[in-house]
Design a protein around this ligand. Sequence first.
Ligand code: C5P
Length: 231
Amino acid sequence: MSAIQPIIIALDYACKLDALNFVEQLDPTLCRLKIGKEMFTHFGPQFVTELQSKGFEIFLDLKFHDIPNTVAKAVAAASDLGVWMVNVHACGGIDMMKAASNALKNKPQNKTLLIAVTVLTSMSQQDLQAVGIQRTVEEQVLALAKLTYEAGLDGVVCSAKEVTLLREHLPKDFLLVTPGIRPVGSALDDQKRVLTPSEALKMGSNYLVIGRPITQSPKPSETLQQICLSL
Ligand code: C5P
């Protein structure tokens, strides 16, 4: 089963049972699920397989960053696990990204998309300077997105604030995956710069990562359906 909607739900739970109770309420044709470092470290690949057996496609958000050989093997393992999407840090460099991309392209049965994180949105201008980067955040995001494209990856994760800039400079088929999405009327939580789902799509985002507006909703299934209808 393949979701036709652009929504990826961030499954940020410390308790497996809570996560499964939540997932039971969802229709896998309306969304995909994102599993990050916390849930993967707690519950491992078996949890990914369990969700896949319920019909969900998985974005394995582990943001690999290591020497090229190690990252290539890690993304190949993600492909073996059958995940829909996996990611690396673009600042691992072009050789690392090319090795990861080639590892997937060399697999005859590969269906896993590979994207990169440019600059974490938790990093400020001062944080970049402290690690020796003199460019502005926007310049660094754009430079790393171009490097990601050059390395042959499928796209990048980018903040709502960066969608327009990246869409202007990168080809139409380069995927932009965007967190920081808030449906009209929902709480901002700790997100500062947000777009509504339909705004983000209009600006050129391909996939929307949405967490708490759906995971914390008293009626997650209805909230998801409403978001789908708003697109
Ligand atoms: O609950 P909320 O919709 O804010 O969740 C967004 C998800 O996207 C979380 O898993 C968060 O870690 C992730 N994310 C983000 N901003 C980024 C990158 C990832 O909010 N720049």
